[in-house]
Structure formats: C-alpha cells, structure tokens
Write a protein that binds this ligand. Structure first.
Ligand SMILES: [Zn+2]
Length: 469
C-alpha cells in the first residue's frame, strides 16, 4: 500500500508481555473451532477445550472477572466500581470457517498449526477473528495485572457460531436484555478498509472505514410459469424472455440512492482536505448539491455501494435443453444488499411494481439493514481518538459494513455499535487472508491492534486515578 509505516507509538505499554500474547494466539489457533450449520457437527469439544485454555492463560481475569458460558458462548464480566457508567462491551467470535476441502496441501503452514514464521502467525482464524478474541483478553488481563481498577464495567463477549447462524450472540443479548443492561458502546470485528480518498476529491489522504451499521441482505426469486413448446411459435413470448425483461427493469430502475448520515459525516470530516472539483464545490453546500453528490458517487466503484441498495442478478435456471425448444418454468435470483432507508418490504413492493405481468417475485431470504449507530456517540469519538493515536496518517470515517456479523444483535442494547478490527495490515494480504488459504497475521499488526484495545479500555473504562498521566 505504502512504503511509509502506518504504525506509530509502537513503544506504548513497554511492560506488556508481547511474547506471551503471541503464544496465546498461537495456542488458540490450534483448536479447530470450525463452525457448521449442522448442530451435530458443531465443534463443541474444540470450543470447550479452547475455553479451558483461555481460563488457564489469564489468571487475573480468572480471579477478578465473572466467567459464564451460555450454550458454548462465553461472557466475561469485568466489574466496574461506578454504577452510573453504562458498561462497554468488546466482542469477537470463537468459531472459524472451514478449510476449503482439497486446499489443505496449499497451506504453507497447517491451518491449525499456529506456526510463527516470517513475522506472521499462521492459521485459520488468525485474521477472522481469534486475533481479536485473544487481543481483547490480553488487554483486559494486562490492565488488571498492572493493578488498574475499572470504573466502567466491561463485558467481553464471544459467540460460538458467528460464521453460521449467530445463535450464541442472540443468547448473550437476550441474557443482558433480561438483566436490563444498556451499553455505552460495543466494539466488534469488521470494516477497516484503508484507501486513498482520491474518489472523494481528496487525493493523497488515506481514510479507513469504521462500520456503523450493516447493510441488509436479500435473495429475491423471480418466477415465470410456462408450458414451453416449439420455438417456431413464440407468439406469447418465452419464460426466459419475460424473466430477462423483469431482471432488466429492476437493474435499470433500482430503489433511489440516498445520502446517509455516515456519508454526510464523512464528507464533513474530509471537507478541509477535498481539493479537486467537482467535490470541492459540492461539499461547500451539501443540501444544495445533494443530487450532484449522489450522481458523482454513483459513478465510482469505491463509493456507489455506500449510497444505495445494490442489485446483483446471480442465478437463472433451468433454461431450455435445446436451441429450438422454448423453456418451461424458469426462475432467477437477484441478490440485494440493502441500504437504509430501504427495507425488505419496501424493496419487494418496488420490484413487484416493475416486473412485467406473469412474473412473480418473492424472497428466498431477507433481512433489512441494521440500525445506523450515532457518529456523535461517546464510543465512536473514543475509538477514533484511540485509532488516530496509533495510525496518525489515517482519517477514520463512519461507514457501513458490507458483511454481516454478530454485532447487529447488540443494537437493541446500544446506540453505538461499532464494527472495527484494529489489526490493520501494512500490506494487502487480506484478499487471500480472511476466509482464504494461508490466513495469517503480521505480528506487528497483531501487537499494534492490542495497543489500540488496551488504550480504548484504559481511556473509556479504567478509574481516573489509575489512568496513565
Ligand atoms: Zn468474523
């Protein structure tokens, strides 16, 4: 990405036991906690064994915090002394995705080896997301071992099945909800895309995304009934023809683009740095130029998905067996990623109004966008201040998360649910990293991410008198 380091203040917390933190991550990676949709194939043995290992590894947390398992999810409460402060919650998940069958031999180091080599820790889960699981535990353990008192109660919450169905996260939320807990902030994995802000009109400035909500997800099925017949008499058209028309109408006329609060905030944050036209003019009066901003963003691959529900036709089946035979019943699937204010209901209405007669539209599955968190909230301010301390060349902007995580379930307990894994890499290895073969984390990135977590815990939660001067 750049030959100039992104990392500063790597000498903070000189007493932090970095070698032990590396060993603990290597140890956690050796438990094959591979998620499965089949409840009988869930890795319960590996989860239990890993939890025993965690208890073993963190004596201060074992002694001073309350550990409980909910199903196979883990909730650790580090009690605070000040009941007037709403608790904070740091989260990650314990499960990992499977190794793609047939690719085992392509791993330079075994996916469950936890090998340390060439400056990297190798293994499935090293970027998604055992580095955060262990990083959170290391941070809390370190602060306790230094004799710090927590004023704010912290929850450390680790689901068991984020990669499949999030039952664990929902159970934890249900429990906290029943206890009447309201959270000040939640920090989960996600976002963290670093890019040059040239598309915004601010070339030479690096920005990094913090996820403030998740886009929705929907697979919509379009269906056309037809008897088929000989292709020499297509008087009533063919099912394929009708289906193609339906797809084209939806693609050509998607739900309206929308300037979200996060995008407005991003433009405001960047406004001093925006030097190229037309954005330089647009940001001087966003209300007046709203339509121009939308049309500008719409034309850029890095920006268009932030302002709209995306439409991706993905499947069409079964077609005709021969060139001279009209197809019978056919169906297509369009995948949507929903942006606020669109909802599954409004989207379905929109599409049904546009498809030609004879085409039915329904969902295979759908979930709306999550509730956008408040970029003015205390948690977002503290996170971005902390991040700026460790990555001073980056400007952190509130954004969306394109993938789904456990975090959305916590929105009912909190208005500041942030998706951001602070383990930024200096080089782009994430393409082959997350969920890929040879997943690995750069040790420096791992340790820098832990410093972020320690500082975030310290500034938000440690008692005033115990904070570093
Ligand atoms: Zn994950």
């Amino acid at each position: 990405m750049t030959n100039q380091s992104l990392f500063i203040h790597e000498d903070d917390y000189p007493t932090f036991p970095a070698d032990a933190a590396v060993e603990h991550l290597r140890g956690a990676l050796r438990f094959p906690t591979v998620s499965s949709l089949d409840p009988d194939a869930m890795p319960y043995e590996a989860l239990c064994a890993m939890q025993a290992y965690l208890r073993e590894s963190y004596p201060c947390l074992r002694e001073k915090a309350h550990w409980e398992t909910i199903g196979h999810s883990l909730l650790i409460t580090v009690p605070g002394t000040d009941p007037t402060l709403r608790p904070g919650l740091f989260m990650a998940h314990q499960d990992v995705v499977p190794v793609v069958p047939g690719t085992e031999a392509n791993w330079i180091h075994g996916p469950f080896s936890g090998d340390l080599s060439d400056g990297y820790i190798w293994g499935r889960g090293s970027m998604d997301i055992k580095e955060m699981l262990i990083g959170i535990l290391e941070s809390a353990e370190y602060l306790l071992s230094e004799g710090k008192t927590f004023a704010r109660t912290l929850y450390l919450a680790f689901g068991e099945d984020e990669e499949t169905c999030s039952r664990g996260a929902r159970a934890i939320v249900q429990k906290l909800h029943a206890e009447g807990v309201e959270l000040e902030f939640v920090l989960d994995e996600g976002a963290g895309e670093v890019m040059d802000a040239a598309d915004y009109g601010a070339p030479g400035h690096l920005i990094c995304t913090v996820g403030m909500y998740e886009k929705g997800y929907a697979d919509m099925r379009l269906f056309v009934h037809s008897q088929g017949g000989h292709a020499s008499n297509p008087f009533h058209g063919t099912s394929l023809g009708l289906l193609s028309q339906a797809i084209a109408r939806i693609v050509d006329d998607p739900p309206k683009a929308h300037l979200s609060e996060a995008v407005r905030r991003t433009l405001t944050l960047l406004s001093d740095r925006i030097t190229t036209e037309p954005m330089r003019t647009y940001v001087t009066d966003m209300a007046r130029y709203e339509a121009d901003i939308l049309s500008y963003m719409q034309k850029r691959e890095s920006l268009y998905h932030q302002i709209r529900t995306t439409v991706a036709p993905t499947m069409i089946t079964p077609g005709s067996p021969a060139g001279n035979v009209m197809p019978q019943d056919m169906e297509a699937v369009i995948n949507f990623r929903l942006s606020p204010p669109d909802t599954p209901e409004s989207l379905l209405r929109h599409c049904r109004e546009r498809v030609p007669e004879g085409v039915e539209a329904d969902y295979v599955q759908s979930i709306g966008p999550s509730v956008p968190s408040d970029p003015d909230a205390y948690g977002f301010r503290m996170l971005t201040e902390t991040l700026s301390h460790y990555f001073d060349r980056l400007l952190f902007i509130p954004s969306q998360n394109r993938g789904a995580t456990d975090a959305r379930w916590y929105e009912e307990l909190c208005r500041c649910v942030m998706r951001f894994g602070p383990f930024l890499e200096e080089e782009e290895i994430s393409a082959e990293g997350i969920h890929g073969t040879n997943e690995r984390i750069f040790v420096r990135a791992y340790l820098q991410g832990i410093r972020v977590l320690i500082r975030m815990m310290e500034t938000t939660s440690v008692a005033e008198r115990d904070k570093k001067a």
